[in-house]
Design a protein around this ligand. Structure first.
Ligand SMILES: Nc1ncnc2c1ncn2[C@@H]1O[C@H](COP(=O)(O)OP(=O)(O)OP(=O)(O)O)[C@@H](O)[C@H]1O
Ligand SMILES: [Zn+2]
Ligand SMILES: [Zn+2]
Length: 745
């Protein structure tokens, strides 16, 4: 019995980031729970709030405490353990609790935009005995009607009149006659919307495990069986069968009544992964990702909540899935940057998963062929248990990789985008009816448009970023804010007509390939070709069926896919990422190259990888060409150590932004002065300096990066900044606190 509840209101303002007491009206006393969304009056408006605590007393004046107006959701959107997790996130990432809650629950619930979906279906209007008697009676006179009744006795399906008629190959009229006679009746039920994925029927065939797989599984199962909490880094080279390891462990967990969460990177893996999991676990899986409609997402969420599904597969935010008795969280491709949310709250799903398991028990598995530097380091330090799959399935060889120096190509008179070796390799592959993947991490046609007379580059009017040329629409587009403009005939700066497209994107590559390899079937996969639901899957399916000869694409094609007929992988340029102003650019390059290279040499075909670059001597590229993670790691970790970058410090990037550049600069300098008082706790302050993207969506951005050794110290400094510095600041200036930043842009 509770008299009062503590409510956190859905108004994202820092001075309201406390809970408020409300009285519980009698009718709600027995039903209200932690995690319920409610409607309350706040000031003079109605707002949504979330129940985060109970109390029998209140410090407020009893006459002034207001009643809760209503409970919005039948389900509790989070339980006490999840609330603990949310509070930890708010404190660790220095953000508002309500922001965390909202990013963790299905939003459709509280906006009221999502209604339950009901379906009408036909069912028998009498018990089985009675039905049998009627069937007997109809046998001679109306064999089709008899068949319908028999069908309904044997099948447990929810069918409308027309659907039922179709199933029994008869007319709707025949079904109607049964309704008229009173033998059938209409019923209604709530149906769950299921997200689109092509299903293949669940099958039970499982491969026999390799010795390495079996060993890894045995080690993890000790903890699953013993209900122990632990975390593992599963470092398995590309094609070593990590997915099979996941499947077996989930299976074991299920047999002990434990649910699981499987996180996959946002873009590429979902449809294929889903198919594999569906084959093994059927409708026990629920899929959560950002491409679902609100209704689908809410319904998948509810299937988990009610225990109808026990395995959640999804992108980053699936780490919050309400899986019953969740004993296992798997993070596939744990090094992927999409696990870090790029907006407030700036959380990393890996950190949240580790914390979730600490609070409620269970096992975390971080899987990757190219673990993040941090994870590998922590595994060395004993924070994670290290498990390795060192061989590919069937002891297949890693494909040979050639590095092509594009400067030399030019010296030898080749001005084409493709090196001589790449062209040769593609031609060979086409002759043998094998397939080719061509990778470039930039979509569009050309990177930028430059005036050859005055050097002016056409940039977005909102952002400090050059516009990308898209040939198919003959337009210029900003890949940050989506600003679109026509292509000017003359240079906007000097009026010259000599403006030229520079750099290349996937669209241009596709065009060049079509010119060079006439007759080959060429497809492109990037953000621009996969906006339609299911298109992603269809492109990959055509590869799988051998209908496509050459697939050009961005990161989307780089990882996770497993196609045996791909014999050539070409990387158009390895330099794009390497040259980003970010201390992780070397790591990113190594990971991406290793992952793309891993797409070939699978199955019986011999594969070959060709990396084109202007910096063939860079250690990231050399190590990737030898498939040598350790060589890369050792070199990279040394430089991190020298420069106090993670894992040797805890970073925070504070972005100061506003529409007036002067105000932004002033605030950045004031923050710098404030932080100087805490210098004894800080290893290094970088900046204040203009952010690499100095202007974004019309706002000027400056940044200060802090390297701090120790989580507690960082937490202290950020708490001080939030309580002492930020409240004094001009409201026109925004401060973004990005804890453990992943992208320094
Ligand atoms: N024990 C096994 N016996 C035979 N085939 C297997 C076995 N385990 C996995 N496979 C198959 O080997 C292929 C590669 O496995 P999988 O895609 O899981 O590798 P991976 O480690 O996830 O690689 P990547 O990091 O490149 O995604 C798949 O086709 C999978 O079905
Ligand atoms: Zn010009
Ligand atoms: Zn823009």
């Amino acid at each position: 019995m509770t008299d009062y509840v503590k409510i956190i209101v859905d108004i994202p303002l820092s001075h309201l980031d406390n809970s408020y007491d409300y009285r519980v009206p009698k009718k709600y006393k027995d039903i209200i729970k932690i995690g319920h969304a409610v409607k309350v009056r706040f000031g003079n408006r109605m707002v949504v709030g979330f129940v985060i605590g109970f109390s029998n007393t209140t410090d407020l004046d009893k006459d002034r405490v207001r009643d809760i107006s209503s409970i919005i959701t039948k389900e509790e959107l989070f339980n006490e353990e999840m609330l603990e997790l949310f509070k930890w996130m708010a404190s660790y990432y220095k953000c508002l609790l309500v922001k965390v809650i909202k990013s963790a629950i299905p939003t459709g619930v509280i906006t009221g935009k999502v209604k339950k979906k009901r379906v009408r279906f036909l069912s028998l209007n009498q018990n089985q005995e009675e039905t049998d008697r009627i069937i007997n009676e109809l046998r001679k006179k109306a064999p089709k009607q008899k068949e319908i009744l028999e069908f309904l006795l044997a099948n447990d399906e929810y069918l409308s009149t027309s659907q039922l008629a179709e199933r029994v190959s008869t007319s709707a009229g025949t079904v109607s006659r049964l309704i008229k006679k009173g033998y059938l009746k209409y019923e209604e039920k709530i149906s769950r919307r299921r997200p689109y994925f092509k299903k293949s029927s669940p099958g039970s065939s499982k491969p026999e495990l390799t010795k390495e797989q079996q060993e890894v599984i045995n080690k993890i199962l000790v903890n699953i069986k013993g209900n122990k909490t632990d975390s593992y880094l599963l470092h398995g080279v590309t094609g070593s069968g990590k997915t099979e390891v996941y499947l077996r462990i989930i299976e074991e967990g299920l047999s002990r009544g434990k649910g699981a969460i499987v996180l996959v990177p946002e873009i590429s893996l979902t449809p294929m992964m889903v198919r594999i999991f569906y084959q093994r676990f059927g409708d026990k899986i629920a899929v959560l990702h950002s491409n679902l409609s609100l209704g689908e997402r809410y319904d998948e969420w509810r299937r988990l909540y009610y225990g109808e599904a026990l395995i959640a597969i999804g992108a980053r935010s699936a780490v919050f899935a309400p899986v019953k008795n969740c004993g296992l969280i798997i993070i596939d491709e744990e090094h992927e940057t999409s696990y870090k949310q790029g907006e407030n709250p700036y959380y990393h799903a890996r950190e949240v998963a580790l914390k979730r398991v600490k609070l409620s028990g269970g096992v975390v598995i971080l899987g990757s062929a190219t673990p993040s530097l941090e994870s590998y380091y922590y595994a060395q330090e004993g924070k994670f248990k290290y498990l390795a799959l060192t061989e590919r399935i069937n002891a297949e060889e890693m494909p040979p990789v050639s590095i092509i120096d594009m400067r030399e190509e030019l010296r030898n008179g080749n001005t084409s985008i493709f090196s001589t070796s790449l062209k040769k390799a593609i031609n060979n592959s086409l002759l043998k009816k094998e397939q080719v993947l061509i990778f470039l991490n930039r979509r569009g046609y050309a990177n930028f448009i430059l005036c050859r007379e005055c050097g002016h580059v056409i940039k977005c009017k909102n952002c400090d970023i050059s516009l990308t040329y898209h040939e198919s629409e003959n337009s210029l587009r900003c890949h940050y804010c989506d600003f679109t403009s026509i292509v000017p005939r003359n240079c906007p700066a000097c009026g010259s007509v000599f403006i030229k497209k520079f750099g290349i994107g996937t669209e241009r590559i596709e065009e060049e390939l079509k010119k060079e390899f006439t007759g080959a079937v060429i497809e492109r996969m990037d953000v621009d070709t996969t906006t339609r639901k299911g298109s992603h899957y269809e492109i990959l399916e055509r590869i799988e069926k051998g209908e496509t000869d050459i697939l050009v694409g961005t990161q989307m094609i780089a990882k996770g896919h497993d196609y045996p007929n791909i014999s050539v992988v070409g990387v158009i340029t390895a330099d794009n990422i390497l040259n980003l102003p970010d201390f992780r650019s070397g790591e990113r390059t190594f990971q991406l190259l290793t992952q793309v290279a891993g797409r070939t040499g699978r199955g019986s075909k011999n594969g070959e990888v060709i990396i084109q670059t202007y910096t063939p001597e860079h250690y990231s590229i050399i190590a990737a060409s030898k498939h040598d993670y350790l060589q890369f790691y050792n070199q990279e970790i040394n430089s991190r150590k020298k420069l106090f970058y993670p894992p040797f410090s805890q970073l925070v990037n504070i972005i100061i932004q506003g529409y007036q550049e002067q105000g932004v600069v002033k605030a950045a300098e004031q923050l710098n002065v404030f932080l100087k008082d805490y210098q004894q706790y800080i290893k290094e302050i970088l900046g204040p300096s203009p952010a690499p993207i100095n202007k974004l969506r019309n706002r000027y951005r400056w940044q200060i990066i802090l390297k701090i050794q120790g989580w507690a110290k960082r937490n202290f400094i950020l708490a001080e900044t939030r309580s002492k510095f930020l409240p004094e600041q001009d409201k026109e200036i925004g401060f973004i606190i990005d804890v453990d930043p992943i992208k320094m842009l």
